[in-house]
Structures are given as C-alpha cells and as structure tokens.
Ligand binder design. Sequence first.
Ligand code: SF4
Length: 759
Amino acid sequence: MSKRKQYAAGLQAIFSTFKETTLKTGLLRGTRLLLNLNQKDGIDCNACAWTDPEGDRTFAEFCENGAKAIADEAVRRKVDESFFSRYSVEELAEKDDKWLNSQGRLTKPMFLAEGESHYKPISWETVFRIIADELNQLATPDEAVFYTSGRTSNEAAFLYQLFVRQFGTNNLPDCSNMCHESSSVALTESIGFGKATIRLEDIENAELIIIMGQNPGTNAPRMMTHLKRAKESGGKIIAVNPLPEAGLMGFIDPNPQHYASFKTYALTLLRSKVTKFADLYLPVRIGGDMAFLKGLMKALLEMEKKSPTPILDHDFINEKTEGFQDFVAHLESVSWEDILSSSGLSLEQIQQAARMYAEARSVVTCWAMGITQHKQAVGTIQDIVNLHLLRGNIGKPGAGLCPVRGHSNVQGDRTMGIWTKINPIFRQRLEREFHFKVPDRPGYTTVEAIRAMYEGRVKVFFALGGNFLSAAPDTKYTEKALRNCNLTVQVITKLNRTAVVTGKKALILPCLGRTEKDLTGGKEQFVSTESTMLNVQMSKGILEPISEDLRSEVWIIGKMAQAVLKNKVTVDWERMINDYDLIREAISKVVPGCENYNHRVRQKGGFYLPNPPRERIFLTDSGRAKFIVNYIEPIKCEKDELLLTTIRAHDQFNTTIYSESDRYRGISGSRRVIFMNPKDIERLGLKEGSKVKITSTFNGEERSVEGFRVVKYPIAERCAAMYFPEANPLISIESVAEKSLCPTSKLVKVKVTTCQDLS
Ligand code: SF4
C-alpha cells in the first residue's frame, strides 16, 4: 500500500501510457495509434465518451486511460483455436476477467455445442444457420434479447435495432440501462431532453463547476484539461464525493501543447506544480446527495430572504419554468435535521456551497454513476436540475447540465434507436422508410432481461460487445440466468467472463476493433460515434486486422438479418453491409437531428446534434422546464452496518482490468480490498489488513463475498468502497433505482466481519 495521490496525471501518466502502449502494441505501432487517437479523421477512443476539442487537436489528444484502452484492443497476442482446445469452458469460467482479457485478441468464430466441454472453430456460414434456427424456433420474438455495449458504432447500432425490430421485438437492453438511464429519465421529465446541455467551452467559462458522484481522474481524464482552464480563468470547483479522489483535488497536465513553452511544461512536471481543483470538497455520505442539494437550495432561499437584491433568477423562473411555488413550499418543509443527518455534511459546509453558488453567475454541474446508481437517482438528478433552474443556470454561456457518459458511444447507440421503448417520430419514420410495423410491447431493460432469462422467459441472449455478466449486478443470479438460455452469443474482440459463462450452446464471434481497417464490401469503410456533448464524428481504423477471420459489427448484423429474416425482406441488407453510406442515408431519413448525415459526418470534427435546452427550449408537455418535488428517504442503518459503494480502479475501464494497480488510491497487487474509514475499522473491532467477509441483506436475502483486506481510507464515516465487478455479487437484482431500473451499485448496506484466516 503506497501513499494515495493528491492530484491526477503528471509524469506518472506519461510513463504509464508509454509502458502500456509499448508492451502491448510495440513502440512504433503504438506511437502510430496514439498519433491517430481522437484526431479529426482518426480513431475515436474506445473508452469513455469525452468530447474532443472543436478547434485544432493537439498531437497527444488522449489521456492515459484512453491510451490504455486503445493499446489493450490493439494487442498483438492472439487467442486461437489451440487455446480453446487447451482449456475447457468450465476451466475458463474459473478465471477472472483480467486473466481472460490478457490472453489476447480472438481470431476465429468459436462454437460450444450442447453437452460439449470445449469451444470449437466454426465457419461464419454455420454461425448464422445456428442463430437463425435458434431464433426462428422461439415461441415469440420476445424470447430473445439483443444487448448492446457502448462500444458499438452508430452504423452498427442503427442496423441492429432495425434487424431486431424487423425480427419482432423491442428487447434492446444496453449498458446505459446500468449507468445513465437515471439521467435520461430525470432530465426528460424535467427539461424534455435526456442529454448534456453544455459544450467544452461552457466548462472553461463557468464561474462554478459542481462535480457530483464522478471521478474524472480515472473515468474522463481529458475533462481535467478543461477544469484547469476554468480554474485559470478564475472559476471555482465544488467536489461532492464520499471519496477524496485525486482527480477532484488537483491535476498536472501531461500534454505539452497545453503550455506556453516547453520550459514551463518541463518545470511543471519536474516540480510537480499542481493545479488545485476543489475549492470546497464535500465528503457527502453515500446516498446523501439529494439531501445536500435540498440543503443548498434551502440555504439559497434563506439567503434570498435576507438579501437586499434577488439571488434567484425570477425572470427565468417566471418565463421558462413551472412548479416553482410548490417546490419552494417543499424546501421550506424539509428540516435541516433531515438534511444534515442524510447528507452527513455540516450546516456550515452546505451554507458555504450555497454562498459559492449564489456568487457564481454561471454554473455547470457534472455527474456520473455516484449519482445515477441509487434508489433515488432520478429524484436526485431532478434536484440538480431544480438547483440550476433557481438561478437560470441553463441555456447560457458557462452554464448547464452534464451527465458524463462513461462509454464511447453509449449515447450514440440510444440516438440510433437502441432503446427498449421508441421515440414516436423515430418510429413513424422507421416504419415509413422500411415498410414494416414496429412491435408495440416495450422491451426488457437489462435488469428485466436478467430476470426473464433466470425465469426461462428468454431463451436466446445476443450481445453486441460488452461483458454483460461482469457489468451486471447479482453475479450468481446473472450467471444462472445466462446458463438458463438455449443459446448465448458474444460479438467481442477479446475474451471475458460472459463468453465462458454460457447458455446450453454458445457462440463467440470475433469482430474488428476500432483500431483496425474495415474493408467490408471491398472498400475502406468508416463508422461514427456521438460524444457526451452530442458531437457526432467519424472513426477510421489504421491497423491491418489481426486475423482474416474477423468481421465488422455491421457485416455480422447484416448477415444475421439475412439468415434469420429470410424472405421477410424490406431491407437490402447486402447493399447496406457493403456500403455504410447507405446505412447513414437511412439514418438521415429516420433519426431526428441526423439529416444529411453522410455529408455532415465527413466535415472535419463532424457535427453537433440539436440541443434545444441550450436555446432555453424545453420540449416538455408544457414547453417549460419543471421544478419537480422528490422527498428524501432517510437511509437507516443498523449499528454495525455500513453503506458500500462500488468503484473502478485507475487501471480499469468498465469491466476490463488492465492490472491490479490503483495508484491514485495507493493500491497495488490486489483488487480484493475494502476501503473503510479508520473510525469504523476501530468501532467494528477490525484493523488495517484484516481479512474480512462482506455480507449484504436485501429483502431478507443474504449475499456475501469473502477474502477481502481492510484498507484504511479517508472515506466518509459509516461508508465503505470496493471495486466492481468483485463487489457485484453483493447487489440484489431487485435493488434498482425508481423509474429507471438502474441497479443500485453505488449503495448497498453491508456488514463487515472478520473471516476465518484464509491464508
Ligand atoms: S478522456 Fe475518455 S475519450 Fe478521451 S482519451 Fe481519455 S478515455 Fe478516451
């Protein structure tokens, strides 16, 4: 255990980038890749969905974790058929994600026949026959589920939803169901728009940035460049998080082109000159964000009463919103006692935040999973919106809302129709363009799909990318659900646990990665993605595919559609497969805001989708932004219970584990750790290094994991943290956010007890 860091990036980020890239891809190949990463007609990063600068891009337009993600995909190591003859599926299922991922790139389609113990190579032609036979023998199309991970391109996503709906179901769960679904639901209700309302310049020009439930240092590192610029122009930052994450406290920018001179750059790095971030760090109690927000707004109202001049933006409130009076009455009814006990913060801390908010003429609030994966996530996000409406902090420069998306095209997939419901305009245009009727029944979200598989209502599980099992909650339950299926199919680049915890039959379909040239149809194809801030741009691979048996996601979907739908044809799948421009033409006709897509996506840097709230246009039923009242539900804990949150380590992207190091938190060599507050360690009769068992109870059902080491950490009292997916077995499939059904991976009540010495 080394000392935890007080700042993010710096020299170490450069070393780590260099090491990872060189080791995995080779120096020259790696350098070529990095010089193309996030360039205007280069490779769009396959990790998070941070937005690229509109103006000139720097030569190093990436962060350490973007470099790790691209290097991890472009490894030279291969998993070939001899590997699968060496290991049975049962043996592979004993391996963890880090080991499976480190075996290298998949090279051939593999099939696990019913009753067999080993995967065997199979031809693409046979692949589609097996899938077609399995799907077409289902009693109803709703017995199949088609999952999408956020790596899927817009072109593949559009074709996928078209195929699935032509097949006859809306069972299109995606990884957004497990991450920002709460944001989409909350924002759509409040302002009629489920996405970020800002652009990069708004962060740089904000007088105050509030960062809630987010760890930019690891999960959106290039965000820190813009936080630094905001600080340099006098902006302030409030960080609200149970953990004092390095990327919230400070930053040393490792990009030389962000400095006036190389000398300044070198001195900054060598002398570790940190740009301080948080002006106010609030170690909120896990699940206490709504209470904090209500306290901040209540303090604002109290300030307004004492202030000679208005603090609230009454012109904006009167002209653009509704529900203000009811909301004020609600705030006045909430007691400070409830606010302080639920938030775990002091009155002074909340009042200081209110003063900073009132003094700022423009405010941006950014949030991520620490807000969205809670029972009351939707209500909490609506209180973030309420806070912004009180002072008109939306639709003006330097102000707005930013749910920071964690996977490169998770937002684009939703825009392309990957949704269990369907936007009425999208539906109408899709039916008109392709002459078929979209199924009426809303599809299964991720949690509903797992339950349906577990209960035998779903028999085929098809995943376009991702690592469903390790991303999902309630690991043992989800394992059983997958094993219950007649067929499970993974379209992936590398092995993961979902490929080895299978249905009775299973297929692994190796696809091209973002880094690889796509010569489908005999010509160089490109794909496109949408960033957190609605920027749509192209991505083109540069490397020769690692195996001639790889196929693009678009090709796999098109061929599957031909095999499954046979003569139910209203789509020329073959032409679409061979010319992605035809897919983009269809996107232009069907997807709102994507008109003239082929032309606009070829513009350097792509284009931005419409963003009505930026013009203070609120597409709600009343045309006004809504103050919405939600009530704090105090979280009661037994005296030996803690509130546990699940987190990512720095050497991890979603469920892809690069190493067992987490340098910002001072951890190395093991991921089986639980971060606890020193007072709780003492109170529970534990000590640093104790080996413990962690038990959660939900609706009377116990779940436990053991063999974790206690780590002393300055986390908020009565709170603890563990890495996912290791902690996911503790999260009940029934424990979900209201309205969004997002798993509550950020709040689980647990008991921590010493376990018999396991050494
Ligand atoms: S900030 Fe996100 S998108 Fe940008 S390089 Fe890093 S991981 Fe990739």
